[in-house]
Design a protein around this ligand. Structure first.
Ligand code: IMP
Ligand code: MG
Length: 174
């Protein structure tokens, strides 16, 4: 059995997450009606969110993944590296970058810089979680699941030292 430590507190249940993912998918479907979208998932945290999202978006789509590294433990080093690039070109695509959480914004800022060079038709951002108080670089987030307080969170794809990604709820580590 997987035991949840007593210093974890639940922020969002799987049912609440499910409802919110439905709403975001409906919004994307409406905003991109008549077009095709290309989702870019940021590994590994966005994997579960992207998987739920794509099954509810009702416009044609494709998706691809990239991976960056910027974190060890719970605090940002501010150094972002591309460790896995996209497999496909994004030229002329309506790109939606799908992230697990935007914290300082440094990771997303770096990813957006990389993608802008590749002549996409448009680039939008969809983040499952947003922690606006930690922001170091300003950016527009087009779709947000939940705005969270200044606490480190795990579950629904988010990890602490590679653990707890499998939890269906979102938990804060106190
Ligand atoms: P940023 O560059 O500071 O915006 O950090 C974004 C990345 O840090 C996310 O893609 C996550 O992988 C990781 N991260 C930031 N906060 C948390 C958290 O509370 N739990 C798990 N991962 C986090
Ligand atoms: Mg991440």
């Amino acid at each position: 059995m997987l035991e949840i430590p007593s210093y974890f507190t639940r922020l969002y249940t799987a049912a609440e997450i499910d409802k919110r993912v439905d709403e975001i998918a409906a919004q994307i479907t409406e905003d991109f009606a008549g077009r095709k979208v290309h989702l870019v998932g940021v590994l590994r945290g966005a994997n579960i969110f992207l998987s739920d999202l794509v099954r509810r978006i009702e416009v044609p789509l494709s998706y691809d993944f990239l991976a960056v590294s910027s974190y060890s433990g719970t605090s940002s080093t501010g150094v972002v590296r591309l460790i896995k690039d996209l497999d496909e070109s994004i030229e002329s695509e309506h790109v939606i970058v799908v992230e697990d959480i935007i914290d300082s914004g440094l990771t997303l800022n770096y990813i957006l810089e990389q993608l802008q060079h590749r002549k996409p038709a448009s680039v939008h951002v969809c983040a499952f979680l947003n922690r606006p108080h930690s922001r170091k670089v300003e950016m527009k987030i087009d779709y947000t699941g939940f705005e969270i307080p200044d606490k480190f969170v795990v579950g629904y794809g988010l990890d602490f030292e590679q653990k707890w990604r499998q939890l269906p709820d979102i938990w804060a580590i106190n």
